[in-house]
Design a protein around this ligand. Structure first.
Ligand SMILES: [Zn+2]
Length: 162
């Protein structure tokens, strides 16, 4: 870990987080299980490959994600550091591990932390196709990554020059 030099930026971001759920402690009141802290090397490698092949976009919500530098991501898209946590790239097992899904390249896609957690919060996780449909519907009515989805999409369009 390097030293974070731009301390003022982080302070500014953290103090600007009012009104948004803090996913580190389940600020929405939903029981959110902690992210998988101990990724295997295999997980990590397949996640990175998936991240690249998906052009850094989430498998479910299609919004951009970050792998290593949340502070850069927050700065780039004009969001706070706590908000950027939702967009951390995670390894998503299409067939869940508890259902015998292997940690293999074909079974792992890159998904943002939010979409990943939401899928597995259900008693029985929706299959990936159903979950994707669910996410798209919620996005359409701005009930998924609210505010941020519009902001990020606008930002992405700008950087793509379209
Ligand atoms: Zn997502």
């Amino acid at each position: 870990m390097g030293v974070i030099r731009n301390g003022t930026l982080l302070v500014a971001c953290l103090s600007n987080s009012a009104g948004f759920p803090d996913f580190s402690n389940g600020g929405t009141g939903d029981p959110i299980s902690p992210p998988r802290m101990f990724m295997t090397t295999k997980n990590f490698r397949f996640k990175s490959l998936a991240f690249q092949s998906q052009s850094g976009r989430c498998y479910y919500c299609d919004l951009p994600m970050w792998q290593d530098h949340p502070e850069h991501f927050a700065l780039q898209f004009g969001i706070t550091l706590p908000q950027s946590k939702q967009f951390q790239c995670t390894a998503e097992h299409l067939l869940a591990r508890q259902d015998g899904g292997p940690t293999s390249r074909s079974n792992i896609v890159a998904a943002c932390l939010f979409c990943n957690q939401k899928r597995h919060q259900r008693k029985i996780a929706l299959n990936p196709v159903k979950h994707k449909e669910h996410v798209k519907k919620r996005l359409f009515v701005q009930r998924w990554h609210p505010v941020l989805s519009a902001k990020l999409n606008a930002e992405v369009r700008k950087t793509m020059g379209g």
